[in-house]
Ligand binder design. Structure first.
Ligand code: 5AD
Ligand code: SF4
Length: 446
């Protein structure tokens, strides 16, 4: 029997990218408004909710393992409600498989049903039945949902949802629907409230922010310019950009701004034109290089990071070497690297894929080696420079007292005579590690 006066507790976990994390913050906001408290583990929860990712197969395999393990908690507490949501379950075949494999899962809902969570949960509780809602998520945008944010210092603001690019390997357009943008006024209002409430870094998020605002006659460069007009000492970051849509206006907006991060995350995916074309990316390796040269000329000190996929169907040794050569030419600060993962429903599934998994793994290791070498060189350029760092708390490396990120998006651990958590600090860089810089605070803002 449940105690009627006890506050119900939710245990929620989100996997995957920042779009999913942002959905997770809305889900937590909705649950808080429904009266749920939160618990750090599943043992004493009344509701367990897993917000899943679909971008690669191993994310799905792990999710199935994690969901399977929850049966134990249901046995201990038959009143427990188990919910699974997010990109993975937005796929019909997965929702079906989940329902069939795990009869103890009470609620399955997709990315298009987040705002319906209260009614879906009510249906599960009052009618004691299993509920599934994976209706398409292209309908529109629901504004005004409550958000329970993970940080008081940094906030993610989605500016658009979905994706229209249909890169041939990617499941996102199928699980997050067609591209749709929020109104500039709604975004700026949210940003202003956050900054007035003490947030020091806002991140404007979308799968392809460069195509933001088409339906409203707005542009992403215009939105950035509006955001930086908000009063206060804060930083604006943004992601993800797409090479085919990156505009000179955006580069100008960043170059002319004191608040917009000098960091461009621009996924290249491959350095081979043949593979880029099979991926349906819409640019060549040369065009990518030209964009970076242009951006670096306009924005001194710009940091460039990227995403790379190894082992796309039919990738030859020669294609792979073109990727390595592009990496050496560009000199990325860092990169997210992936081995190609087959996603049902995407075009790439139908392409012949003769390269063995062992060969793909070997290429992946080689890629990491090259990135380490080029990243080390790129980080070396920061030594002796002073970077503006937003201090987030105790050091991450164990080598210095405090940690934060610079406007270039680089992790900086530094020593400071005073606790400057939550402040912007000028840090003189003394040493470069593989994934962080080390330095000393120079000036502390009054
Ligand atoms: N296999 C491997 N990597 C993928 N990504 C997206 N889909 C796949 C896939 N099927 C990578 C891309 C993208 C990043 C978010 O995830 O590099 O930019
Ligand atoms: Fe996927 Fe390409 Fe859209 Fe990125 S731009 S979400 S890789 S389809």
């Amino acid at each position: 029997m449940t105690d009627k006066n006890k506050r119900l507790l939710a245990y929620t976990r989100t996997y995957g990218c920042r779009a999913n994390v942002s959905d997770g913050e809305k889900i937590n906001g909705i649950l808080a408004e429904m009266g749920y408290g939160f618990t750090g583990g599943p043992e004493n929860a009344d509701l367990i909710l897993l917000n899943t990712c679909a971008v690669r197969e191993n994310a799905e395999t792990r999710a199935f393992g994690n969901i399977g393990a929850l049966v134990h908690f249901k046995r201990v507490n038959p009143d427990l409600i188990i919910a699974v949501c997010g990109c993975m379950v937005q796929q019909g075949h997965i929702a079906e498989k989940l329902r069939a494999t795990f009869p103890f899962v009470d609620l399955i809902f997709g990315t298009g049903a987040v705002h319906k969570l209260p009614e879906l949960l009510t249906e599960v509780i009052s009618e004691k039945k299993r509920v599934t809602d994976i209706t398409a998520c292209s309908g529109g945008i629901v504004e005004g949902l409550p958000v329970k944010r993970g940080s008081a210092l940094k906030a993610d603001i989605p500016v658009m949802f979905g994706c229209d690019n249909f890169c041939s390997y990617c499941v996102v357009p199928y699980v997050r629907g067609r591209e749709r943008s929020r109104l500039p006024a709604d975004i700026i209002k949210e940003a202003r409230e956050l900054i007035n409430g003490g947030v020091k870094e806002i991140a404007l998020l979308g799968q392809n922010v460069n195509s933001y605002g088409k339906e409203h006659g707005a542009t992403f460069a215009g939105l950035l310019r509006e955001a930086e007009k908000i009063n206060g000492d804060f930083r604006v970051t943004y992601m993800t950009s797409h090479p085919k849509d990156l505009s000179p206006e955006l580069i100008d907006a960043v170059a002319e701004s004191g608040k917009i991060s000098r960091h461009l995350h621009l996924p290249v995916q491959s350095g081979s034109d043949r593979i880029l074309s099979l991926m349906n990316r819409g640019y060549s390796a040369k065009q990518y290089e030209d964009i970076i040269s242009f951006a670096r000329e306009k924005i001194p000190g710009l940091s460039v990071t990227t995403d790379i996929i190894v082992g796309f169907p039919g990738e030859t040794r020669a294609d792979f070497e073109e990727t390595l050569s592009l990496i050496r030419k560009i000199g990325f600060d860092s990169a997210y690297t992936f081995i190609y993962s087959k996603r049902e429903g995407t075009k790439a599934v139908r392409l012949p894929d003769p390269v063995t998994a062992a060969e793909k793994s070997a290429r992946f290791r080689e890629l990491l080696g090259v990135l380490e070498e080029t990243g080390g060189k790129a980080y070396g350029r920061y030594i002796g420079k002073t970077l503006r760092v937003l201090c987030e708390g105790e050091g991450r490396t164990g080598k210095r007292g405090y940690t934060g990120k610079s406007g270039e998006g680089v992790i900086v651990d530094f020593d400071s005579p005073a606790d400057v958590t939550g402040e912007f600090v000028n840090v003189r860089i003394e040493e470069a590690l593989k994934w962080a810089l080390l330095g000393k605070a120079q000036t502390i803002r009054e």
